[in-house]
Design a protein around this ligand. Structure first.
Ligand code: ATP
Length: 339
């Protein structure tokens, strides 16, 4: 049972909504299909018409919009990616592009928009809401877990499970050959994936965008590992870290420790794919359901999220601009346990 808790109380809008459009935007994430299914079936359950826009805001601009039925979303719960497809639309960044998109919604009497995506997608959603008086609600769909207003974003759990599955395999070969592996994971601005998977795989060091790591820190970790005669080591590197490109980091280490056999693996887009985990399917289902419920109750310009097992609505402006700090203690624990 999920309880509704409003982070901020909003004046509710009185007009009823009738027609809803749902889209997925930005980087795809496992669980987006489950969220589309939840939005569609909740809307239909309440007697609303529901449409899907293909390729995110591109589909709204190009009028690639179809009506969805309960059958349109059958058999998609277990599928990764998004059947509505996703895109990054340059045209939607312009007022003219947004006006075209709004006109295509208005001709179908669509009065509400559910955007499943990340902070960029929510920035666009806020703009069309303000410029064209469309009721919008966001559902956090991104593997990065970088949105304020929810403990977890849809896709993050699956992505981290994919990472640890791969790193466990890398660990087998690292142990067999006494190797040091640098593993790059996604995270241009935030290191949630690197931090949690680093702890979960016993990484010796975790290098993150949020922390100004130095080579001295890294070399010290490696010296400690050598002193303890550790035979295999993993260093988890988030792509947006401050030390630089993973190959440069590996080269610098090789120069300082010529005897260490250093290898590099970039897990890349494997992290986005795959069937969503139980957690992601449940999160997507609940947040999709509450997106429609929120719209019907007058919520607008908010994101649905889950904090401490409670559904919360956070203003999109805050979801975009605020950040949740990485848990420093978690990093300390990971460091202590790794050597
Ligand atoms: P992810 O976190 O997975 O990258 P995202 O939603 O942040 O997802 P973006 O590429 O940043 O992904 O944004 C998706 C789309 O949202 C953009 O292609 C653009 O159409 C729209 N968008 C982003 N920023 C703006 C903006 N400032 N104004 C209008 N639209 C925007």
């Amino acid at each position: 049972m999920y309880y509704l808790h409003l982070v901020t109380i909003f004046a509710t809008m009185s007009e009823e909504i009738n027609n809803i459009v749902v889209l997925t935007s930005g980087g795809d994430a496992p669980g987006m299909n489950a969220a589309i299914r939840a939005v569609t079936r909740t809307a239909l359950y309440h007697g609303k018409k529901v449409f899907g826009a293909y390729r995110g805001y591109e589909g709204m601009i190009e009028d690639d919009i179809v009506e969805l039925t309960t059958d349109s979303v059958k058999h998609i719960l277990a599928l990764g990616g998004t059947f509505l497809k996703s895109a990054r639309s340059q045209e939607f960044r312009t007022p003219e592009g947004r006006a075209k998109a709004a006109a295509n919604l208005k001709k179908r009497n669509i009065d509400a928009l559910v955007v499943i995506g990340g902070d960029g997608s929510f920035t666009g959603a806020l703009k069309i809401a303000e410029e064209h008086n469309i009721r919008v609600i966001g559902v956090p769909g991104t593997i990065d877990n970088d949105l304020y207003g929810t403990d977890f974003t849809i896709g993050y759990d699956t992505a981290t499970n994919t990472v640890i599955e791969s790193v466990d395999k890398i660990r087998d070969t690292a142990s067999s050959h006494n190797r040091l592996f640098f593993v790059e994971v996604m995270g241009r601005d935030t290191g949630y994936i690197a931090a949690s998977t680093g702890m979960a795989t016993g990484a010796l060091s975790i290098i993150l965008p949020e922390k100004k790591s130095t080579y001295d820190d890294l070399f010290e970790d490696l010296r400690k590992a050598q002193a303890k005669r550790k035979t295999s080591n993993i260093v988890m590197v988030a792509e947006g870290n401050h030390l630089g490109d993973i190959f440069e980091i590996a080269q610098a280490v090789k120069k300082e420790f010529p005897s260490i056999d250093v290898k590099v693996t970039n897990l890349g887009h494997t992290q986005r794919g795959g069937s969503p985990s139980t957690n992601d399917r449940v999160l997507a289902s609940v947040l999709g359901f509450y997106a429609v419920k929120g719209l019907m109750e007058g919520q607008a310009k908010v994101m649905t999220g889950m904090i401490n097992q409670k559904v919360v609505y956070t203003p999109l402006s805050e979801a975009i601009s605020k950040t949740t700090d990485l848990d420093e203690e978690m990093l300390t624990i990971a460091r202590i346990l790794a050597t």
